[in-house]
Design a protein around this ligand. Structure first.
Ligand code: GTP
Length: 458
């Protein structure tokens, strides 16, 4: 098995496991068996593989201590609860410790969040020593057999010596398996220095970017990743407990580039559109040409492929608005109706929507036996889709099999143009950016393993 295949098999096995709602013995065994098979096929020594299996199983029963660090207001406390809640849903037994004695109200906030999520918490109104609270909290929850103990630490408005000293002491006393640096997506270029300062005090092993629901694109995350040499594992997308997503590099990069999820789009084209139609479709899209004909053909593909609900969501724009969930039948009928009107449009001799006027619309309506209102609705739908698909203009058409590498390279190239030069320099120029994105891309499936296997530190 070549290295790329081995990597693929392992990623798939990990991804399957991270998709599971509860990671129990069975899910873990399936994942390990899958990895074992791939390693053996790659001629890795049997003894090595067996030892790996045993070691991973041993670590699984161990309690993980995860310490959160970040500046005040970065969203640390909120993120601690989100992280705990996320893992609770996956079958973990998390607990929260509030070692933030600096901000009045921090304990109340954590207590309130934890109570809402039914997660045990520990803190004190009287004790002013964060190290003492952290140690007591971790010990208490270890005794209670919690397997994920999350320690929230103090923040400050800016990086200052007292904060870092406190963090260092808490870390030394609690010996976390993973330290997570929480950063606000809007900090921009300050991210590098900030993340580096934290990394110099404690061994940051992962980054979480908060407030991605706002206007900020989160470009600073790249600097934080470069400074801490650690992956982004989650993003915060709102104030609520479940507004928390596993980090996915493609939409993140697309957002940075302001292009929508077009690299995912390329993969989707390959899934949905028949092979022989792909080059022509991509060619037309790269010319910025989303015609009614293309819309018609994609409708045909969708209707042919069924079950419609699964296929639909694969093409950009064709999902939420055109076909709300649970109303597949209605949507299918709507598509057929649109197609009849489009047929009548072509029969009428001119299918250019730009040349549409009321009398033409009326003729199309009569020709297809529909109401003029429906013709207008269909044209509106066309405009909406054309707008989404017009983003594909200028797209380079990859050869078969080059998809991932190409989208990665293009992303890096595009990104090097939109990133502030100073940030690009910090990251290590174009070469640094490319390897950073590769690193980010390969993190996908490893992220859930981090807490689990106690990794993440240096
Ligand atoms: N919109 C949005 N708001 C968020 C997100 N994460 C946190 N917040 C909000 O950001 C504000 C600050 O969050 P906290 O969790 O209190 O910040 P903190 O970093 O713990 O602050 P200190 O405890 O003082 O260090 C709160 O109003 C949160 O509700 C997010 O992903 N999106």
């Amino acid at each position: 098995m070549v290295l790329a295949q081995l990597g693929g098999s392992i990623s798939r096995a990990l991804q399957q496991m991270s998709n599971a709602t509860v990671i129990d013995e069975k899910v873990l065994n399936e994942c390990l068996n899958e990895i074992t098979r791939a390693l053996l096929q790659s001629d890795v020594q049997f003894k090595l593989v067996r030892d790996m299996q045993t070691n991973i199983k041993k670590i699984k029963g161990k309690t993980s201590v995860v310490m959160f660090v970040g500046l005040q207001g970065s969203g640390k406390t909120t993120t601690c609860t989100k992280y705990a809640y996320y893992h609770q849903k996956k079958g973990w037994k998390p607990a929260l410790v509030c070692a933030d004695t600096f901000r009045a109200g921090a304990f109340d906030q954590l207590k309130q969040n934890a109570t809402k999520a039914k997660i045990p918490f520990y803190g004190s109104y009287m004790e002013s020593d964060p190290v003492k609270i952290a140690v007591e909290g971790v010990e208490t929850f270890k005794k209670e057999n919690c397997d994920l103990i999350i320690v929230d630490t103090s923040g400050r408005h800016k990086q200052e010596a007292a904060l870092f000293e406190e963090m260092r002491q808490v870390s030394e006393a609690t010996k976390p398996d993973l330290v997570i640096f929480v950063m606000d997506s809007s900090i921009g270029q300050a991210a590098f220095d900030q993340a580096q300062a934290f990394k110099q005090s404690v061994s940051v092993g992962a980054v979480i970017v908060t407030k991605m629901d706002g206007h900020a694109k989160g470009g600073g995350a790249l600097s934080a990743v470069a400074a801490t040499k650690s992956p982004v594992i989650f993003i915060g997308t709102g104030e609520h407990m479940d507004e928390f997503e596993v980090f996915d590099v493609k939409p993140f990069v697309s957002r940075l580039l302001g292009m929508g999820d077009w690299s995912g789009f390329m993969d989707k084209i390959h899934e949905v559109v028949p092979m022989d139609q792909q080059p022509e479709l991509l060619q037309k899209l790269s010319e910025g040409n989303f015609t009614l004909r293309i819309m018609y053909e994609q409708f045909q593909n969708i209707l042919k492929m069924g079950p419609i609900s699964q296929v639909f969501s694969m093409l950009p724009g064709f999902s939420a608005e055109l076909m709300p969930k649970g109303r597949e039948k209605e949507s299918q009928a709507k598509i057929k109706r649109y197609m009849t009107m489009m047929d009548s449009m072509t029969n009428e001799g001119n299918s250019n929507p730009k040349l549409m006027n009321e009398s033409r619309m009326m003729r199309i309506a009569i020709g297809s036996g529909r109401h003029i209102r429906e013709v207008m609705e269909m044209l509106e739908e066309y405009k909406r889709l054309a707008k989404i698909w017009s983003k594909m203009k200028g797209l380079k058409i990859p050869k078969k099999g080059e998809m991932s590498a190409l989208s990665r390279n293009m992303n890096a190239q595009h990104m090097s143009k939109v990133l502030p030069p100073q940030m690009l320099k910090q990251i290590g120029g174009m070469g640094g950016l490319q390897s950073l994105m590769k690193q980010m891309g390969s993190m996908g499936s490893a992220k859930d393993m981090m807490g689990m296997f106690g990794g993440g530190g240096e």
